[in-house]
Structure formats: structure tokens, C-alpha cells
Write a protein that binds this ligand. Structure first.
Ligand code: ADP
Ligand code: MG
Length: 228
């Protein structure tokens, strides 16, 4: 579904990605692991279309995304890609339900439909009783689950997450990780997740190990029954 070819990226004289090629399979959980500074976040930003490589290409279903004009790419990103970060980045002045509905409203979905989608996802994620609360009234785990709901509201082709459980305790971390697999199984969602969590990596369908700006190894864990 997503194909990255020979991605090179430098910051000044520091070459962070040294020719990375990667395929992301749909309806699967792919984790990216590796030591701090290996270039994981940089790679996620590039395959997530948030930042352009110095050279190399990123294709979504055959479309070269960095060949798109800025406005088209922004629209594509809003409609096709969800993001979850280490800190939830929910807007404090909005309720959980409003936060989740917001990307749909931005995409031009009608108010009623956007809120219906938001409520359905919030219920699916076990947060129905918290829908009217603001982020400050929710736990860290609830906020991260809400961030996942927000990432999914536009029914994206893929959700990228950069250390999404990095700020959670072990119980909430486990719950969040289960959620990724449930959403894969129930909605056919596709996740690409940078993580330091060995359990999450071990459970994922594909593990991409990045060391010093290069792919060291790709491990396939996929059960054939799930593949499409
Ligand atoms: P990881 O997520 O694997 O820890 P990153 O992709 O965040 O690694 O960073 C890889 C290297 O690139 C690090 O040395 C980091 O300091 C550097 N780096 C990342 N982003 C920038 C930036 N915007 N400007 C300069 N250096 C950066
Ligand atoms: Mg990082």
C-alpha cells in the first residue's frame, strides 16, 4: 500500500537516513524499532508525508506523494493519514467528542455525520462515559485512546504513531497496544508504530529494525489467516 524507496535525509552535515526502502502492508501493525537517534521519527515523518526526503520517493497506492502540490498533499494527508504522538495533543478547550470530531469537520464532513462518527469511535474505544469531558478531566490512558479515535475519524488508509505509549504506565500501555490489534482486526486498520516496547514489537505483524539510518532487518510475524 505504501512504498518508500531509497530515502535519504540529512540535517545539515548529519546524514540521518542513508537509503531506506520499505513496504507497508495494509491491515497490519508494523513496528519500527531501534536505538535512540537511529532515525525512526525522521523516517515516520517522511513516510507519513509530514516532511520531504532529500532524495527517494514515497508512494501511496502508486502515487508519488511528494510530487503532489502542497494543497493537494495537505488534503491527502488530512483524509488518508492519521497521526498519534507520544503526548496526546488533544485541544484542552474542547471535549473529548469535539476533539475526535475535529479532523472530520476540517475535512468538510457535515457536523452531524462528524459527531456521529466521533461518538461511534469513542464508544468502540470504551470512552462513551467520558465523551463530554475535557482532556484535563481524563487520565493519560484515556487521552491516548482518544488520540487514536481522533486519528481514525476520517477512516484513514494508515495511522502513524511515534512512541504512543511512551508516556503511559504499564497497565495503560498494555490496553493501548491491545487497542491497535483490535482495530486492525475489527476495522482493518493499518498502523505504523515507532516503539521501544518489546512486547508491542513482538506482537506486531512486521518489525522493522532501524540502526544508524539503515534498515537492519525486517521480521515478518504475520499469521497467514489475516493477510489480504
Ligand atoms: P529516533 O526517533 O530514532 O530517536 P530521530 O529520527 O528523532 O531518531 O533523529 C535522528 C537524528 O537526527 C538525531 O541525531 C537527531 O538529533 C537528528 N535530528 C532529528 N530531527 C532533526 C532536525 N529537525 N534538525 C536537526 N537534527 C535533527
Ligand atoms: Mg524518535
Amino acid at each position: 500500500m505504501i512504498k518508500a524507496t531509497d530515502i535519504v535525509k540529512s540535517f545539515g552535515s548529519l546524514e540521518v537516513l542513508k537509503g531506506v526502502s520499505l513496504d507497508v502492508k495494509s491491515r497490519a501493525v508494523t513496528t519500527i524499532v531501534g536505538p535512540s537517534g537511529a532515525g525512526k521519527s525522521t523516517l515516520l515523518q517522511i513516510i507519513g508525508t509530514l516532511s520531504a526526503p532529500d532524495s527517494g520517493k514515497v508512494y501511496y497506492d502508486g502515487d508519488d506523494v511528494f510530487a503532489m502540490k502542497d494543497r493537494r498533499l495537505s488534503r491527502f494527508r488530512n483524509e488518508s493519514i492519521g497521526f498519534v504522538f507520544q503526548f496526546h495533543r488533544l485541544l484542552p478547550e474542547f471535549t473529548l467528542e469535539e476533539n475526535v470530531a475535529l479532523p472530520a469537520l476540517i475535512a468538510g464532513v457535515g457536523r452531524r455525520d462528524a459527531f456521529e462518527r466521533a461518538r461511534a469511535l469513542i464508544t468502540h474505544l470504551g470512552l462513551a462515559s467520558r465523551a463530554g469531558h475535557r482532556p484535563s478531566e481524563l487520565s493519560g490512558g484515556e487521552c491516548q485512546r482518544a488520540a487514536v479515535a481522533r486519528a481514525l475519524v476520517n477512516k484513514p488508509a494508515v495511522v502513524f504513531a511515534d512512541e504512543p505509549s511512551g508516556s503511559l504506565d504499564s497497565k495503560n500501555r498494555g490496553e493501548l497496544h491491545r487497542l491497535f490489534f483490535d482495530l486492525r482486526d475489527e476495522l482493518g486498520a493499518t498502523f505504523v508504530i515507532v516503539t521501544h516496547d518489546e512486547n508491542l514489537a513482538a506482537d506486531s505483524d512486521y518489525i522493522v529494525s532501524l540502526v544508524d539510518g539503515r534498515i537492519n532487518k525486517v521480521t515478518e510475524n504475520r499469521k497467514s489467516t489475516n493477510s489480504i
